[in-house]
Design a protein around this ligand. Structure first.
Ligand code: HDE
Length: 696
């Protein structure tokens, strides 16, 4: 049948409708011509080629077949760990020359800026899992230095579960969904994980960290990063200094509470990636300071623990971190897949002047990261992808293979050659390894110096504030309560007894374990003389500013627009953000007749998405809110999560309805001076003193 087309106008554009109602918008003016991947112009992208209007499709339709073929192959294997991640571009700026310690080019000149790409991630969940899982966060930094790419593939926790890389597949299998049932997703609260952990005492220090608030960060912007292993700096004379890397966020650290995390995952599974996106789009560029802990062989020999053991850290009070530069993230990728998904981090990417230690975890990683790129990116030529290519000149004779986009030019593709062509190595400028003297038999043995699994776990716990200790106990209880096999719960209690007796007793009590087990057999007796390290606590190192945080303001028709404006001005001056939460996202009409647009409707903007909240409502508006469960939850959750709440007098009935007994963190505002007081309180981030009263 003859095609009957009809021209209609959509968004001021003349568009043709086919006889099935489908839209054909033709290339003209600025609209480019749609082509196949071969560059062939396409006439119709709405209908497959058929024999007759209602007849079978034709295999001859090369445009259709190419389009579907490509679509079918859009996915590449997700990372086996750290699948869910989010990246951003930025730069690293060197503070001072570190030539005394390292000849790495990046550390030679003060003020030098080096392009960087960072990818944050969770470990256990798959690519589509939620952001606020209780988990370690990956903190992987690629620095495109003038002497090749340097990847610091770290985490937001300075220690790890295991000491030897050979245990990694077991550890990861145990935390991933159980293989017979295929769940739980992105959670460690299940039998397999705790079975493995309870049979692996070396994981106890890490367990204290992942059960702490470090594992539920409020934002990537508010967490520390660690290189974890001991590395080496090598200077021009090949002298070695051991080094540990720490990234410290300029905005300070902050975490959420577990009940909040659970709700955030429902309200906004992309909470962390949205936060980074929003901050960078708003020009509020997150920043970290790179600090180094430097030490020599003497220090290593005299330190309480083995510096090659990745389940141990060196307390900052013993070895002060020295700031050596800053990392600023100021640009989101143009395309998530091309950059964040295809970025290939590798621990073995080190420039001259940076070298490895013999940490058996690091040594194993140096094999894994190259191997995994071939599986994921499908070709040995993954360095040809722009995100992975060095930004300095490079020359080598590697050629051909899948998707080879750069091949050697000229006759010589080998060295040495008689043609005088091609690059040559340079002993002075190239990467040299530290001339480490090694001796001993070939053995499969764990060093005796790795055997103390409990002392630093206890030190971590003892260094926390009371609310943080309580959170650890609650997290352990939550996780172990999901474990169905009683003997695993008990085994964990027996380990906790070696870490802290009060903690063990509390968790056992909450789990309803009546007969306390014996403490686990310890290869080395746990020490109780390790001093408190304040650097290990989040709350002891909180920010003294509300900068970078977000207030959710619940408004109704008839609200005070002037007060709202004053709040907005004060928050902007503090460097904080504000979002309007309204009964209808279209907005509300204020008492003075002005119109206030909403950013969220109440259902979509629960208080868990904000660092603190304000209730700027009218009496009539509140009347209507009292019947809304979401409005009551908004207030009840903000209170239960120990947030500061600003409110106008008219909001009172909402507190009653939400079952909230206002305390000093519930702050009445009616003037600019009150608002200043509210913001002053918000700098403390949470009113932890309330936590006992709300007993989450
Ligand atoms: Fe990884 N790890 N890992 N890891 N890791 C990977 O590499 C591995 C370890 C870390 O955003 C994989 O490209 C082994 C410690 C981060 O793309 C894989 C061992 C630390 C990322 C791999 C470890 C990390 C990875 C999976 C034990 C903190 C994400 C996909 C010896 C210091 C990087 C990939 C990104 C990713 C192996 C232990 C951090 C399979 C064998 C310890 C941040 O190669």
């Amino acid at each position: 049948m003859e095609k009957k087309s009809q021209t209609v106008t959509i968004h001021d554009q003349k568009v043709e409708r086919g006889n099935g109602g489908e839209l054909h918008q033709f290339a003209d003016g600025d609209t480019p011509l749609l082509t196949t991947a071969q560059g062939g112009p396409v006439a119709d992208d709405q209908n497959t080629l058929k024999y007759g209007e209602r007849g079978p499709s034709l295999i001859e339709d090369f445009h259709f077949r190419e389009k579907i073929f490509h679509f079918d192959h859009e996915r590449i294997p997700e990372r086996v760990v750290h699948a869910r991640g989010y990246g951003a571009h930025g730069y690293f700026e060197t503070y001072e020359s570190l030539a005394k310690y390292t000849r790495a080019d990046i550390f030679q000149r003060a003020g030098e800026k080096t392009p960087a790409f960072v990818r944050f991630s969770t470990v256990a969940g798959s690519k589509g899992s939620f952001d606020l899982a209780r988990d370690v966060r990956g903190f992987a930094v690629k620095l495109y230095t003038q002497e090749g790419n340097w990847d610091i593939v770290g985490n937001n926790i300075p220690v790890f579960f295991i000491q030897d890389a050979i245990k990694f597949p077991d550890m990861v299998h145990a935390v991933k969904p159980e293989p017979d049932r295929g769940f739980p997703q992105a959670q460690s609260a299940h039998d397999n994980f705790w079975d493995f952990i309870s049979l692996t005492p070396e994981s106890m220090h890490m367990i204290m960290w992942v059960m702490s608030d470090r594992a539920i960060p409020r934002s990537f912007r508010f967490m520390q990063g660690f290189g974890v292993h001991t590395f080496r700096f090598l200077n021009a004379d090949d002298e070695s200094t051991f080094v540990k890397f720490i990234w410290k966020p300029k905005l300070g650290m902050q975490s959420v509470v577990w009940n909040e995390a659970v709700k955030i995952n429902g309200a906004d599974p992309d909470f962390h990636r949205r936060d980074l996106w929003d901050a960078i789009q708003a020009g509020d560029f997150p920043e970290w300071e790179l600090c180094v802990q430097l030490f020599d062989q003497d220090f290593a020999d005299n330190f309480d623990f083995d510096v090659l053991d990745a389940t141990k850290l060196i307390p900052e009070e013993i070895l002060a971190p020295i700031p050596v530069g800053r990392l600023v993230l100021d640009r989101m990728p143009d395309n998530f897949f091309a950059e964040t998904e295809q970025v290939a981090f590798m621990t073995q990417n080190v420039p001259p002047g940076i070298d490895f230690s013999n940490d058996p975890l690091l040594q194993g990683r140096n094999f894994s990261y190259l191997d995994t790129q071939l599986k994921r990116l499908g070709s040995t030529n993954f360095t040809h992808l722009p995100i992975n290519a060095p930004k300095c000149p490079f020359h080598h004779f590697q050629q051909d293979g899948h998707m080879a986009m750069r091949n050697p030019v000229g006759r010589a593709n080998y060295q040495p050659n008689s043609w005088g062509e091609g690059a040559r190595e340079h002993p002075a400028r190239g990467h040299r390894s530290y001339r480490d003297e090694v001796e001993g038999p070939k053995v499969r043995l764990r060093a005796a110096s790795f055997a103390d699994h409990y002392s630093q776990a206890g030190q971590f716990y003892n260094s926390q504030t009371a609310p943080e200790q309580e959170h650890i106990a609650m997290a352990l209880t939550f996780e172990l309560a999901k474990v169905e096999t009683l003997v695993i719960r008990e085994r964990m209690i027996s380990h906790l007894l070696n870490i802290d007796e009060t903690l063990a007793t509390k968790v056992a009590d909450k789990l309803g374990i009546k007969d306390m087990p014996e403490p686990a057999d310890a290869a080395v007796a746990p020490r109780d003389d390790l001093p408190v390290s304040d650097a290990l606590s989040i709350l002891k190192n909180g920010p003294d500013s509300f900068k970078g945080r977000k207030v959710g303001v619940l408004v109704t028709d008839g609200c005070d627009a002037g007060l709202l404006k004053s709040l907005h001005t004060a928050l902007t001056a503090e460097g904080a953000m504000m979002e309007i939460v309204a009964p209808k996202v279209g907005g509300v009409e204020a008492a003075d007749g002005s119109f206030i647009e909403g950013n969220q409707m109440i259902d979509g903007g629960p208080s868990v998405l904000f660092d603190s909240v304000a209730l700027i409502v009218s009496e009539e508006g509140v009347e209507r809110l009292l019947g809304e469960a979401t409005a009551r939850d908004f207030v009840a959750d903000a209170f239960a999560h120990c947030k500061f709440i600003a409110h106008v007098e008219a909001a009172q009935p909402l507190f009653e309805k939400a079952g909230v007994q206002p305390d000093e963190g519930v702050i009445a505002i009616s003037s600019a001076a009150d608002i200043a007081g509210f913001i002053e309180s918000c700098r403390k981030l949470r009113l932890w003193a309330r936590e006992k009263a709300v007993k989450l």
